[in-house]
Ligand binder design. Sequence first.
Ligand code: P6P
Length: 342
Amino acid sequence: MFTHKPLRRFITLGQFIIERQSDFPFAKGELSRLLRDIGIAAKLVNREVNKAGLADILGDMGETNVQGEDQKKLDVYANEQFINALRSGGECLAVASEENEDLIEIESPVSKNAKYVVCIDPLDGSSNIDVNVSIGTIFSIYRRKADRNGATTIDDFMIKGTEQVAAGYVIYGSSTMLVYTTGKGVNGFTLDPSIGEFCLSHPDMKIPEDGVIYSINEGNYTHFPEGVKKYIKYCQEDDKSTSRPYSSRYIGSLVADFHRNMIKGGVYIYPSTGKSPKGKLRLLYEANPLAFIAEQAGGKASNGFDRILEVQPESLHQRVPLFIGSKNMVEKAEELMRTHSV
Ligand code: P6P
């Protein structure tokens, strides 16, 4: 007797976005199209990342970006792909990118009625390209304030992270995933190269409240705040009742460390250091989008004292200390920061 087994229906990113269209009452498809544009650019970047071992892409451009870091060709390529996709999609007014000192106005005939601004780190962790370690894209989307019109200015970006309408990341790793939130939970999509589509693989992602992995560059230990030093020692103490000592895992690629913690639980900390007294990571296009995702998945994100999403931005490339991941682990680190803060 043949029993018909329905094919396991996969849901593509495009189908999912459309199905969730009703999640954002004010949007009439614009946000859906914006997310679609980002997905398209991610596929183009993924194609080049997968070829990064080839001579024609690898290697320095011989230029440096606004961060003073060597700009790899892939950095430049990724930045161009996301900006071009946002320009041609017609929903984006302006972009704040890690690769550009000033904001980028999207002046195109199709963007005249655009309502959104995008903050993006087009290729985070690019120093890992040459050693074939996972790298990522991080993005954050805001709807322009209704009382704002005319040319976009930096004021359109000096908005707290609580105002984000969407945020996400792409991880170019053993598989390529796009993970995003619009404030109604977090969903993960894995790229199926055979059909060139991101397919829903991790519905309704939640960060475990506890974890046994701490992620921090202990090379900076000498210059860490006392509370961070105390937290590292707490992680290393022998206490089987709380599954300690924890494991130390530090990939040196924020998206890869963050994604592992999303799946397994854990905490990532980049505090103030001697070299980066205000922290290394950027508020607008690294900390805020990942904080939005972390909170939507039941996790937490702070600067060691205050909620990241409540930090008032004052400049495009503003740095901020970042404690992010499993709720209980972030709270333990915050407790030690408060107890040992000067
Ligand atoms: P460090 C990459 O440059 C990055 O911005 C993050 O992806 C990563 O977590 C961090 O910096 C690594 O910084 O100082 O530990 O090498």
